[in-house]
Write a new protein. Structure first.
Length: 132
């Protein structure tokens, strides 16, 4: 990249000026805020925008979002049948295995089997209690 004065710009050079076109930080800049020292006073505006966006995200109505997702998936599975639920579960499993090929570990499989056995026993008990 050429700087405006016609000489080559080296972003890794310790002699590069903070006024270069690429906007690289001036290593000699001093400020109590590292980002402001590196990029100038404009970063304060960016921090305000980022802070506002984070506050907006955190203050969302998460219960409404959960209800909306639940309604969407319930309607989809009601429309497409139980096989859709199994397809979705398989897609989620494939995604996890793609990110972690060793999943599930032997211990996780053992824990999962134990949880299923406990649930099965609870359902069996509930069924017997109901039939009395």
């Amino acid at each position: 990249m050429m700087a405006s004065r016609g000489h080559a710009f080296d972003p890794f050079s310790s002699t590069s000026s903070s006024n270069n076109l690429a906007g690289w930080p001036d290593p000699k800049a001093t400020s109590s805020c590292p980002r402001q020292a590196a990029w100038g006073a404009g970063s304060v505006r960016i921090d305000a925008v980022i802070t506002r966006e984070i506050e907006s995200y955190v203050s969302r109505d998460w219960a409404a979002a959960r209800e909306s997702k639940d309604a969407f998936w319930a309607a989809r599975i009601a429309r497409l049948g139980p096989i859709e639920g199994l397809r979705i579960a398989d897609e989620l499993r494939r995604q996890v295995v793609g990110q972690n090929p060793d999943w599930p570990s032997g211990e996780e499989r053992h824990d999962d089997l134990a949880a299923h056995a406990r649930l099965s026993e609870l359902l069996r008990r509930a069924s017997r209690a109901r039939s009395r």
